[in-house]
Design a protein around this ligand. Structure first.
Ligand code: PLP
Length: 386
C-alpha cells in the first residue's frame, strides 16, 4: 500500500546532471586554456549529499553519484557519513560539519574524512589517532568571511602550527566556503577569494606540503572559474536546480517531482469560507478539489493564497489553510475534475511553460529558497526511485 502523495526521484536525471556539470567544467577549462585566463584544468567533483541528499534520499543518490564518477561525497556530520558507509558506499566521504567529541570514533571506524575547523578539533582528533596508532587524513577549513566554522584567515601563523605538526594527522586539502556566491556583484565574494589565496600562501610558508584546494558551491562554480581550484562542491545543481537568482544554460533537469491525487471535489456557495480560520471566502460559486497532502508532507502553510498545483494540465490556486494532512485548490475554471485526477506540486503536466512547477518557483511564492523546499519534504512521503 502506498499513499497517493509520493515523490519520484529520477536517478537517471541525477546521473545526467552530474555528467552535464562535468562537461561544462571541461568545456570552460578548454575555453580558458585558449583564452589564457581562469581555470585551465577541469576540477574533480565533490558531490554534496548532506541532509538526506537534499531530501532525495542519501543512499540511492550517493550510489548513483559514486557510480557516475564523483571524486568524493560530502555530508554534514559523522552520522550521515556512517549511514552511507553502512549502505555500501566506498568513495571517500568528506564531513563538512563541526565534530563533537562524542562521535569521533565514527571517523576512524568508518573511514570518513573530517574537516578540521578549530585547534580544539585538531587536538581531539590527534589524541584519538594517537591512541589508535593510526594516521588520519583531513581537510582544513579556513574562514574567509562567512564567520561560521573555520580557522580565521587572518591569524593562521598563530593558530595553525600546532595542527600542522600533529604527528598522527595528515593534511589532504584546504577549503573555504562562500557566503554570497549567489549574489551577483557582492563584494564579499572577491574578498573571500583573495583571502583564501593568501591563506594558501601562508600554508606554503608553514611548509604544509602539497594538498588540494576547494571552495566552490553551485553558485560559485557557475560564477567564476578562478575558484574551481582542484575540486568543486556542487549540491543544488546536481538535483537539477540553479541557485536563484542565477541563470544558466546548463542542461539540467529537476531530479524530484512531487505528485498526489484528488480525493474529493465539492462545491462551495458564494459567501462561504474554506478551511481553518475561514480565511478564504468564496466570492462566487466555487468548485474545490481536496488533496491529501499538507504541512506534514512538507508543504508550507504560506502556500495558502500564493501557490498553485497542476491538475489536467492547468494551474489551480491553493485556497484556504494548508492543513496537516490536506489542502484545497480552486478548480472552478478547470473542466471535469474528479477524484483520482493526478495533482502535480513539483513537476510537469504538459510541455507549456505554465505546465511545469519547480522548487525554484515554489520557493519564490513563499519567500524562501529551493534548498528549503527540497530538504523539508516530509519523512512520510514515499520516495520512488526510477
Ligand atoms: C551545502 C554545501 C555545499 C553545496 O552547496 P550548493 O549551493 O547546494 O551547491 C558546498 N559546500 C559546503 C561547505 C556546503 O555546506
Amino acid at each position: 500500500m502506498t499513499r497517493c502523495t509520493t515523490a519520484r526521484v529520477d536517478l537517471a536525471a541525477l546521473d545526467r546532471n552530474f555528467r552535464a556539470i562535468g562537461w561544462y567544467l571541461q568545456d570552460e577549462a578548454s575555453l580558458n586554456r585558449s583564452a589564457g585566463r581562469g581555470a585551465v584544468r577541469p576540477p574533480g567533483i565533490i558531490a554534496v549529499v548532506k541532509a538526506n541528499a537534499y531530501g532525495h534520499g542519501a543512499r540511492p543518490v550517493a550510489k548513483t553519484l559514486e557510480a557516475a564518477g564523483a571524486t568524493m561525497l560530502a555530508v554534514a556530520d559523522i552520522e550521515e557519513g556512517v549511514d552511507l558507509r553502512r549502505s555500501g558506499i566506498h568513495a571517500p566521504i568528506l564531513v563538512f560539519g563541526a565534530l563533537s567529541v562524542s562521535d569521533l570514533d565514527g571517523v576512524f571506524d568508518h573511514d570518513l574524512t573530517p574537516t578540521i575547523s578549530s585547534p580544539a578539533a585538531g587536538a581531539a582528533l590527534q589524541a584519538v589517532a594517537d591512541k589508535r596508532g593510526t594516521k588520519l587524513r583531513y581537510h582544513l577549513k579556513i574562514d574567509t568571511g562567512m564567520n561560521r566554522l573555520g580557522f580565521r584567515h587572518d591569524n593562521l601563523r598563530r593558530t595553525l602550527p600546532a595542527l600542522l605538526s600533529s604527528p598522527n594527522l595528515s593534511l589532504d586539502a584546504v577549503h573555504t566556503h562562500f557566503g554570497s556566491a549567489d549574489e551577483p556583484g557582492h563584494q564579499l565574494f572577491d574578498d573571500q577569494r583573495t583571502r583564501f589565496e593568501s591563506a594558501c600562501h601562508v600554508l606554503d610558508e608553514l611548509s604544509a606540503g602539497p594538498r588540494l584546494r576547494h571552495a566552490a558551491n553551485s553558485a560559485a562554480l557557475l560564477r567564476d572559474s578562478r575558484v574551481w581550484y582542484d575540486l568543486v562542491r556542487p549540491g543544488l545543481l546536481l538535483y537539477g536546480l540553479v541557485p536563484p537568482p542565477l541563470g544558466s544554460t546548463l542542461p539540467l533537469a529537476p531530479v524530484m517531482s512531487l505528485t498526489s491525487r484528488v480525493v474529493a471535489v465539492k462545491g462551495v456557495r458564494a459567501g462561504e469560507t474554506v478551511g481553518y480560520g475561514g480565511r478564504f471566502t468564496a466570492d462566487r460559486a466555487v468548485t474545490l478539489a481536496v488533496i491529501p497532502a499538507g504541512y506534514a508532507d512538507g508543504l508550507d502553510r504560506r502556500l495558502e493564497g500564493r501557490g498553485a498545483v497542476l491538475i489536467r494540465g492547468r494551474r489551480a490556486a491553493i485556497v484556504g489553510a494548508v492543513s496537516m494532512d490536506m489542502l484545497t485548490v480552486d478548480v472552478t475554471d478547470i473542466d471535469a475534475v474528479g477524484p483520482g485526477d493526478e495533482v502535480v506540486f513539483l513537476g510537469s503536466q504538459g510541455s507549456e511553460p505554465q505546465q511545469t512547477i519547480d522548487a525554484r518557483e515554489m520557493a519564490a511564492w513563499i519567500g524562501t529558497i529551493p534548498y528549503e523546499i527540497l530538504c523539508r519534504l516530509g519523512a512520510r512521503v514515499e520516495r520512488k526511485y526510477a
